[in-house]
Design a protein around this ligand. Structure first.
Ligand code: THU
Length: 142
């Protein structure tokens, strides 16, 4: 379980990361803070593109930074926006979380340091896409 001290730190990191948001098309700044087992943290912001589809969300930026540094034990993530209520990660980000984190992965959806909602991944993504069969296996010919 994430501690209340870690929650405060993750929200502070998300707020700081939000300042780096590159969002000239939506004007919707998002910041995220990711906690790795052992205590290391990675920040992330949304990064948009004039061609729109290459846009990446704050949560995926933080997760991909961690994974690319070999840190795969994800414990909790915070998200903050300028909206007047806490925002949930989009479905794509939740699916990326499901790839690397357990269903107990904790999400801190923050409005500010003192106003946040705490969820587990299973609350927000009830049935992630997973396969019992190795993906990439050749289809049997009919
Ligand atoms: N966005 C995020 O960064 N995280 C989310 O979970 C939802 C949306 C970004 C993508 C885009 O830059 C902007 O918010 C508006 O959709």
């Amino acid at each position: 379980m994430v501690t209340s001290e870690e929650i405060k730190e993750l929200i502070t990191l998300a707020e700081k990361s939000k300042e780096n948001s590159y969002s000239p098309y939506s004007n919707f700044k998002v910041g995220s803070g990711l906690l790795i087992e052992g205590g290391e943290m990675f920040g992330g912001c949304n990064i948009e593109n004039i061609s729109f589809t290459p846009t990446v969300c704050a949560e995926r930026t933080a997760i991909f930074k961690a994974i690319s540094e070999g840190k795969t034990e994800l414990k909790a993530i915070s998200v903050i926006t300028d909206d007047d209520q806490p925002s949930s990660p989009c479905g794509v980000c939740l699916q990326v979380m499901a790839e690397f984190a357990s269903d107990d992965f904790e999400l801190i959806l923050a409005k500010d340091k003192d106003t946040y909602e705490l969820y587990k991944l299973r609350d927000l993504l009830g049935r992630p896409f997973r396969s019992s069969r190795p993906i990439g296996q050749k289809q049997r010919s009919i």
